[in-house]
Design a protein around this ligand. Sequence first.
Ligand code: SF4
Ligand code: FES
Length: 236
Amino acid sequence: MNVTFRVFRFDPTREAEPRFQEYILQAEPTEKVLDCINRIRWEQDASLAFRMSCAHGICGSDGMHINGVCALACQRLVKDYPEGLITIEPLPNFRVLKDLIVDLDPFFEKHRAARPFLFPRGPEPERERLQSQEDRAAFDEAIRCILCACCTAACPITPQDPEFLGPAALLRAFRYLFDSRDGADRDRMEELDNPHGIWGCKGHGKCTEVCPKEIDVRKWLGRIKKRIHDAKRIAR
Ligand code: SF4
Ligand code: FES
C-alpha cells in the first residue's frame, strides 16, 4: 500500500521554525513504522534524524509521537494506521535537538534522583541476599520498564510542573521502595512525599495507556501513595 509519512523536521541550530515534510512509501501492512522511517533515511533523505537501536521493543530508544500517541516506532505496524497517513513527531514535552531526537537529559536526571539502586538492609550476609519468590513478585511488572520516556512525555503533569519527577522515575522509586532487601524505605518515602514527587501524580493514567511494556504505571504509583499514607497514619 502507498503510505504518506508526515514527519516533523527541525534543526534548531539552523532553522527558526519546525516544519513537516512528506514522504511517500510503498509499504507492506505488516512493516514496522521504524523500518519505514529507516527506509526513508536510506532511500529518500539521509538528513532525517531519529534514535533507534534494537528494533524489538527492548532498548527504549525510538519513543516518538505517532499519530498523536507516544509509542515505540518498532512496535507499531503500518496496518495500525489504515487511513494510510502516518504523522510522526518527537516525544512531546522535551526539547527537540534535531527532527525526532529530543533531549532526554532531564528525564535521566530525574531517574537518578529516584536513587535507582539498593541500600541493603541489615548486616552483610555471608553469601547473597536472598529474597522469597513472593517478595520478588512485588515489583515483577515494574522491572519491565525500558526507560523509553513515553509515559513521562504523555503525562499531562509534565508540561505543568517541570520539577515533577514523572511516572518513569516514580515507577523506579516504587521498584526499590517495595524491594524487601532495601533498607532505605523511610528516606525514600520522605523524598517522594512532596508535590513534585508522588503527590504530583493526579492519577490521569496516560502513563498506563501508552506504556509499550504494558506496565500499569498508575497502579504502582498508587501503591507508593498508599504506603506513605499508611506510614503517616501509624506514626500519628
Ligand atoms: Fe517506557 Fe513504560 Fe518505562 Fe514509562 S514505564 S519509561 S512508558 S517502559
Ligand atoms: Fe529498541 Fe524500539 S528500537 S525499543
